[in-house]
Ligand binder design. Structure first.
Ligand SMILES: Cc1cc2nc3c(=O)[nH]c(=O)nc-3n(C[C@H](O)[C@H](O)[C@H](O)COP(=O)(O)O)c2cc1C
Length: 461
């Protein structure tokens, strides 16, 4: 059997994820593997049709494709995302049809799920036979049991292909060109934004498109001009290279305009609206590049206490994964999620009203400093970051460590809570005795509720 390996890491041969593939190759030498470092070479693949065709030819002559990639910002790197766009733009999708596929990622397991959901949907869109994924921690290779499990994953994948087993597809195709033309009306009631710094970040600002019109209608809701920033007007030399030089002091090795833009325009905004068109199952790779490049701030929430919303052209309601991903992004920044306004409605007036409401809420909530309580996304995500920055990543991510230490992130370690520790010690001891234990467990719900109820009904609180 032959396999095409599409590697998304910008590090090319220096990729951690690639090592896992090499491990498979070592244990299954009977097969042929052709590796393409798409993440590293995307610029030349895009510029040189022969290089692109060589990958497609390899796919055509293969039994299956391995997508191997690091997780970058809830997804895959912008460079690999660009390659997926090229497949569609250059009419090469058919070459993937019917091929078996799997995905292998390495990460610290922060939103590896959304990255894998995305790749699964991409494979379903390409009509591939997607078998499943393997999400690895960067350092799993050091553990024998994990290596064994990984080899079983590969063995099972090969067996499914050999037996030509059927696989289920999970994602329905997205509707094509189903969107109505949006015809906005002027805003009748302008919102005073004189004391607000509002930024709309977009990759496509064309007046005649639905997206352009939605941006304009949002902007028209306000008394004063807002800032509309087009990504392609900022000098950004390329995608994140994953060199991790920023880990020490948040300085990016690129000498272009991106970090200044992020630290000034984005950081100083009170309200940020991300506006883009759906491209495959995400926004454009250009948008992805912006998120990837913001990694120079590593694992610290940087765009904090802002109001954030999304104006999106395309079938967002059918891409639940993307909605999770963006809501999680907002939460992880310690900001407030406003809304997703899309052009999926037949009724232009409804879109007008939604944009007007989002503008109104953005200003009101910004005045109130309202941030919706976070959910599992940030709760779980920050615990992964806290543990890794305190532990194994500390010497690499020293800027994070200083920030976590100075901003009380380590104070959230449960073992640092003296009250809980002493209460646990006492109650753990007492519950060793059956009669106390039985009494205590009978009263536990009531006792737990008491202080909560007290505040709930206290007229002074
Ligand atoms: C720009 C950037 C974004 C990242 N985003 C995530 C993320 O969202 N979740 C995660 O668990 N790890 C994230 N990581 C860590 C990488 O996934 C991890 O280091 C991976 O093992 C690198 O694999 P590679 O050496 O094959 O490129 C990110 C790293 C970089 C440089």
């Amino acid at each position: 059997m032959k396999f095409t390996i599409i590697s998304g890491s910008p590090k090319g041969e220096g990729s951690v994820t690639l090592q896992y593939l090499l491990y498979i190759q070592k244990h299954f030498p009977q097969y042929e593997y052709e590796i393409f470092h798409v993440g590293k070479k995307i610029k030349s693949i895009e510029a040189n049709q022969d290089k692109f065709d060589a990958i497609i030819d390899s796919v055509k002559s293969s039994d299956a494709v391995f997508w191997i990639t690091p997780v970058f910002y809830f997804l895959i790197p912008a460079q690999l995302k660009r390659f997926i766009e090229l497949i569609h733009e250059r009419g090469a999708a058919e070459s993937f049809q019917g091929k078996y596929a799997t995905a292998v990622s390495t990460s610290i397991k922060f939103f590896d799920t959304t990255a894998h959901n995305y790749l699964h949907a991409v494979c379903d869109d390409l009509k591939m036979k997607y078998v499943g994924f393997n999400s690895l921690d960067m350092w799993d290779i050091f553990t024998l049991s994990k290596r064994d499990q990984f080899l079983l994953f590969a063995k099972n994948f090969f067996s499914i292909i050999e037996k030509k087993e059927p696989v289920s597809s999970q994602y329905l195709p997205l509707p094509e060109n189903g969107l109505k033309k949006y015809s906005p009306e002027k805003s009748a009631q302008k919102i005073d934004n004189s004391n607000k710094n509002i930024v709309v970040l977009t990759d496509e600002y064309k007046q005649e498109t639905n997206l352009g019109k939605m941006i304009n209608r949002f902007s028209d809701s306000f008394t004063q001009d807002i800032q509309i920033v087009e990504i392609n007007k900022i000098n950004i030399k390329g995608g994140c290279l994953s060199c991790i030089q920023c880990g020490y002091d948040n300085n990016c090795i690129y000498k272009d305009e991106f970090t200044d833009f992020w630290k000034s325009t984005m950081k100083n905004a009170d309200i940020i609206i991300f506006a883009g068109e759906i491209r495959d199952r995400y926004l454009s790779s250009q948008f992805k590049m912006v998120f990837d490049r913001s990694f120079f701030m590593n694992h610290t929430p940087f765009l904090t206490e802002k109001q954030m919303g999304f104006i999106i052209s395309g079938p967002l309601s059918q891409i639940a994964n993307l909605k999770h991903l963006f809501s999680a992004y907002v939460e992880c920044q310690n900001s407030n999620f406003l809304d997703f306004v899309t052009d999926e409605y037949d009724d232009s007036e409804k879109i007008d009203n939604l944009l007007q409401s989002m503008a109104d809420h953005a200003v009101t909530y910004s005045d109130q400093k309202y941030v919706r309580p976070h959910t599992f996304y940030k709760e779980g995500g920050m615990k992964i970051f806290r543990d890794d920055v305190y532990g194994r990543l500390r010497f690499i991510c020293q800027a994070d460590h200083r920030w976590y230490r100075d901003n009380g992130i380590y104070a959230t370690f449960p073992q640092r809570n003296k009250f809980t520790k002493s209460r646990n010690r006492k109650l753990m001891f007492l519950t060793r005795f059956k009669f106390i234990r039985e009494k205590l467990y009978k009263r536990i719900n009531k006792e737990m509720l008491k202080p909560i109820h007290k505040i709930a009904v206290d007229p002074d609180k």
